[in-house]
Design a binder for this molecule. Structure first.
Ligand code: ATP
Length: 317
């Protein structure tokens, strides 16, 4: 029988030529703008997606073969999806995980105690997941996903939508879990505070391709090579922009000095900062002087603004 409608398909290359190694115990930030391919990569590494080509090796396993021994060593926690059973008490979901991962009674009790203590879950265990607040649910998700003691954690936006205090709580828990167990963590987050607090190393992808892999500090120096010096002047000072520019000399970049309520703000190459600061201090009636790196959010914005060789996130076929 002829079909009335025919489905038209388009092949999307969500991820291509991404190559990285992660050592045991590392906590790595996996960054990229919306649609960069982060979730796709994490789903492949946790065995939910099968790539059309390429390979991955985690503890000697190919994730998408979904071998029981591999599944027992990793976990994927997604801020946007719940893995808890919606209508039953949280602790019953945990018992289900106990059965699935074949966790012994003593191990289960000890690990649950530890997680309840670390995450303060005591009051939540008897509630069905549907009655939990977002922050409470996330804490319960973490505990449930860690009962089998995974050695690698794929965390996809684990703090999304949480208030600042709960974000901090989850962050310190992840750091503590990594310290206690030596588990490796790969974290995606749009909150740079998460990345700054947890990750020395970041991998940045854009349009499905690798853009940067290295220390967070190197990312900042590469993409934001300037610092901001702000001077507060003594009351009554009549310093002009030309006076400030003259003191900056060849270090004056892009914009001219900006007036602030109490003085001036200038942007200088990081390597010139001490010399410029010294000249400003000796040449102006300075009451206070501060030097700041660009905020990490601004740096990341500049990283993401780099045009890609292949601007389309996929290819049509
Ligand atoms: N099943 C699918 N069908 C079609 N396109 C898809 C599918 N899954 C992902 N994509 C596309 O692949 C690209 C990468 O998606 P992915 O979810 O990995 O991005 P992401 O980096 O996690 O983004 P975000 O930060 O918004 O979560 C996007 O352009 C997305 O639209």
């Amino acid at each position: 029988m002829a079909a009335l409608v025919r489905r038209r398909t388009r092949a999307v290359r969500a991820v291509q030529q991404i190559d990285f190694n992660i050592a045991a115990g590392e906590v790595v930030g996996f960054l990229g703008p919306n649609g960069a391919g982060k979730t796709t990569t994490l789903k492949m590494l946790s065995g939910l997606l099968h790539p059309s080509s390429g390979h991955a090796d985690v503890f000697g396993f190919t994730p998408w073969r979904r071998e029981r021994n591999y599944l027992g060593r990793m976990t994927l926690i997604m801020g946007q999806r719940s893995q808890l059973q919606w209508d039953i008490p949280v602790v019953d979901s945990y018992r289900l995980n106990k059965a699935i991962f074949q966790i012994g009674d003593a191990d289960f009790a000890a690990r649950l105690d530890e997680l309840v203590d670390l995450l303060e879950l005591q009051e939540l265990l008897r509630k069905p997941a549907r009655n939990l607040s977002l922050g409470e649910r996330m804490k319960c998700e973490f505990a449930g996903s860690l009962l089998h003691r995974p050695q690698v954690l794929f965390l996809d936006e684990p703090t999304i939508g949480l208030d600042v205090a709960m974000q901090r709580r989850i962050r310190s828990f992840v750091a503590e879990y990594n310290r206690r167990t030596g588990a490796c963590v790969i974290l995606t987050s749009h909150y740079m505070a998460d990345v700054e607090a947890l990750c020395k190393r970041v991998i940045v992808i854009h349009h499905g391709r690798l853009l940067f892999d290295g220390a967070l500090t190197d990312l900042v120096h590469t993409f934001a090579p300037d610092k901001t010096i702000e001077v507060e002047l003594a009351e009554g000072s009549a310093t002009t922009a030309a006076d400030v520019a003259a003191l900056m000399g060849p270090s004056l970049i892009s914009e001219s000095p900006q007036r602030t309520e109490t003085g001036w703000r200038v942007q200088v190459p990081a390597s010139d900062t001490p010399a410029v600061a010294a000249r400003l201090l000796s040449g102006l009636p300075v009451a206070d002087l501060t030097i700041a790196e660009q905020p990490i959010e601004a740096v990341i914005e500049q990283v993401f603004a780099v045009p890609s060789a292949d601007p389309s996130p996929g290819g049509s076929r």
